[in-house]
Ligand binder design. Structure first.
Ligand code: NDP
Length: 246
């Protein structure tokens, strides 16, 4: 039996990529999963597939930019499965491009989804974790925040904001109630490039992904590694990238 068996795990951005792979792996290892994203059809399909394989899953249409949607997601975990052990704050968009292009709408969208979305998750989950005396927050940040490169600055900034918030929260929470984990993936083969508006930039990222990205299942395994540790062991940061990525 896996240490994940019996846990209740909510995943944002579960309709594709890293979130979907994480939800599948958690369910495979015995967790009940609550799937959150906007594309309800994709979530319904995934939930059904997990149930067909003997797992436990429910779909919950949410937009992470709305605080009440995260409350609903957490509520689905508690009402459906009795508790929430792990929230994977994974939903994200990548409207990358040079800062000088002044894509103010793109910046706002990234701040809304990548930063506010995670904060909304924290706001919804923390009271439940406190009540239970235990909980685990996992967020998907990025190697873009570790090695700053042109065209990724604002995206990287949103990811580093989340990394900073989680580290601050960790330092405030040393009573053993909360575990926090920031996962920093490099190139992962997902639909993320679809959210890039600039066609030339989108093409470059797609080419990089096609050439050397690792599969989302690799990131899911890293998340599972953090989740399956005993309660007194916190895996704070994981960097996971293609071996050939510079
Ligand atoms: P995908 O595009 O496949 O997944 C992104 C997910 O976020 C989708 O499920 C999407 O679902 C969801 N999402 C986007 N906006 C919202 C919203 N407003 N409300 C709710 N859900 C939303 O890409 P990835 O799997 O790659 O991305 C997952 C995370 O990993 C992101 O945070 C990304 O920044 C990060 N990351 C990805 C890397 C990569 O190379 N792929 C590298 C480093 C980090 P829907 O559209 O249905 O709402």
């Amino acid at each position: 039996m896996s240490a994940i068996t019996g846990k209740v795990v909510a995943v944002t951005g579960a309709s594709s990529g890293i979130g979907e792979a994480t939800a599948r792996l958690m369910a495979e290892r015995g967790a009940a999963v609550v799937l959150g994203a906007r594309r309800k059809d994709r979530l319904d399909e995934l939930a059904q597939d997990i149930r067909d394989r003997g797992g436990r899953a429910v779909a919950c249409a949410i937009d992470v930019t709305r605080r009440e949607d995260l409350e609903r997601l957490v509520d689905r975990a508690v009402t459906g499965f009795g508790r929430l052990d792990v929230l994977v704050g994974n939903a994200g968009i990548s409207k990358i491009g040079p800062v000088a292009d002044l894509d103010v709408d793109g910046w706002s969208a990234m701040i809304d989804v990548n930063v506010r979305g995670v904060l909304h998750g924290i706001a919804a989950a923390l009271p439940v974790f406190r009540r239970q005396g235990r909980g685990h927050l996992v967020t998907t940040v990025s190697t873009a925040g570790l090695k700053i490169t042109p065209i990724m600055a604002v995206y990287a900034g949103t990811k580093n904001a989340v990394r900073t918030i989680l580290e601050g929260l960790r330092q405030e929470s040393t009573d053993g109630m909360l575990r926090t984990t920031s996962i920093s993936p490099g190139y992962v083969s997902t639909e993320l490039a679809d959210s890039i508006d600039d066609p030339a930039v989108r093409q470059v990222i797609r080419e990089n992904m096609a050439e050397f990205a690792i599969p989302p299942e690799a990131v899911a395994r890293a998340i599972a590694f953090a989740v399956e540790q005993p309660d007194d062991v916190e895996i704070g940061d994981i960097t996971i990238r293609p071996t050939v990525q510079d």
